[in-house]
Design a protein around this ligand. Structure first.
Ligand code: AMP
Ligand code: ZN
Length: 264
């Protein structure tokens, strides 16, 4: 698998040896594996983890990641969601569902992206690496297709376009299936949690995952590659500054402020 990741990095020109790379760590198998592989390949990596304050689940993930990073000799920055936004993720999701009608993993995704970008900038990062894998990407394609979201595809792919205010997001596991990553993490005996997020139930993503259950890795790869060819010709739009928080945004108010506005 290390050879495969190296191949993807080279083929898509994802990283430079001089880059300061921040790996976004959830504590799961994907981000842990990508951190380990990049470190072994000799890249300049640090970890960044958002403590979502999901009770014991977050506590265990955080403890295990602290130990993992310390053993690997990697600096880990931890962002406390309560200090950052005033509440844990469950409360935020509940309020946003009540007041904005937004459900599922989308709220969590918007908040994570906002905090990761803000903190990666503070850490002086050139690139943010996430652990998104082939299964995640195939789900994204199918979900966007079914919702008629074509524009979102403009920034898909293993390497986000470089845009002012955004630290470039990179996905070295883009073409590697979840099964393969799980096997790798288990073979390496990584002391991490393998369970899915306890909040991810009854969501569109979970339904899509079930639908994909019988797809082979080859089929998933075909779907994602086909979408990438379509996305190549799409425009992701201009970037401006959010009127509320000053972070980069495609609209007058960024998605995070739009979502979090109902908490204020
Ligand atoms: P998910 O949205 O949970 O499927 O996670 C996708 C990717 O986002 C992971 O592979 C990580 O790189 C990153 N990520 C998820 N949760 C966190 C977190 N709590 N802190 C930092 N990065 C995260
Ligand atoms: Zn904002």
């Amino acid at each position: 698998m290390i050879r495969k990741v190296k191949g993807i990095i080279n083929k898509y020109n994802l990283l430079d040896r001089r880059d300061k790379i921040v790996v976004a760590l959830s504590g799961g198998k994907d981000s842990t594996s990508v951190l380990y592989i990049l470190k072994k390949l000799g890249y300049n990596v640090s970890g960044l983890m958002i403590d979502l304050k999901l009770g014991k689940w977050s506590e265990i993930h955080l403890k295990k990641m602290k130990k993992f990073c310390s053993d690997l000799g990697v600096h880990l920055e931890v962002v406390d969601l309560r200090e950052e936004l005033g509440s844990g993720i469950c409360f935020i999701k509940q309020v946003v569902r009540e007041r904005k009608g937004l459900t599922g993993c989308s709220v969590c995704g918007i908040i994570k992206k906002y905090i990761l970008n803000k903190w990666a900038k503070k850490m002086g990062a050139d690139k943010i690496v996430t652990g998104h894998n082939l299964d995640d990407e195939c789900q994204n394609v199918l979900m966007n297709f079914l919702k008629g979201n074509v524009k979102i595809g403009a920034n898909s792919g293993p390497k986000m376009k470089a845009q002012k205010g955004f630290v470039q997001r990179i996905k070295p596991l883009f073409f590697i299936s979840e099964n393969e990553i799980r096997k790798f993490a288990k073979k390496m005996k990584f002391d991490i949690c393998y369970e899915k997020c306890p909040c991810a139930f009854g969501t569109y993503r979970v339904e899509t995952r079930k639908w994909m259950k019988n797809f082979s890795d080859k089929e998933k790869k075909k779907i994602v590659e086909g979408w990438l060819r379509v996305a190549e010709g799409l425009d992701s739009g201009d970037v401006r500054v959010c009127n509320i928080c000053g972070e980069p945004s495609r609209k007058e108010v960024c998605k995070a402020c739009e979502v979090l506005g109902c908490l204020r």
